[in-house]
Design a protein around this ligand. Sequence first.
Ligand SMILES: [Zn+2]
Length: 226
Amino acid sequence: MGGAKVKLQHIREEIVEYGKKLSKESLTKGTGGNLSVFHRETGIMAISPSGIDYYEIKPEQVVLLDVEIGSVIEGEALPSSERDMHRIFYKYRDDINAIIHTHSTFATAISCLNITLPAVHYLVALAGVDVPCADYATYGTVALAKNAFKAMEGRKACLLANHGMLSGGKSLSEAYNIAEGIEFCSELYYRAKSIGEPVILPKDEMLRVVERFKDYGKKWEEHDMI
Ligand SMILES: [Zn+2]
């Protein structure tokens, strides 16, 4: 258990660090949004606490939860009210080990239209061929967790109607990159829409980009050799 303890401590510190990054890069405001990491070997997830400013969170306030039953194992604060929306992905998707939920301005603006964010730019492929919008449900409810899970099927991000955005990846850095990329694409869509009708990339092209992103590092190596 010693190794797991060290790893969980490291995860808690990572959540503190990425929380500050979310706030600094304007991906969320005040205490809005939340983030978590799943330690699959122990079945424990670490999630940001409820209602504490991102610059004030200490690693020991990051709450450790049992993913299977949702009970608190350790933490000197209350877990985020959206914990069930994180848990559901760790329980039922083995490609997701980290989740970020934001109230970033442009993604949230698009979510208020209750529409799918289309492939306005190839970076939408960070999430998939497009970014569906989950049906509205009250924040912090199991109903919202279920709606988000359904909307994110075959994707790594979704919008939450009249609320915000959710992204998931193998690591916190991947989930962060997706959140940042989808916020950028949401802003592009908003701006392009305001001056005309944006051209949407076809699905076969998006599927190609999704494939390329799967081994992005490897592709870069090949690129450097040319
Ligand atoms: Zn929220």
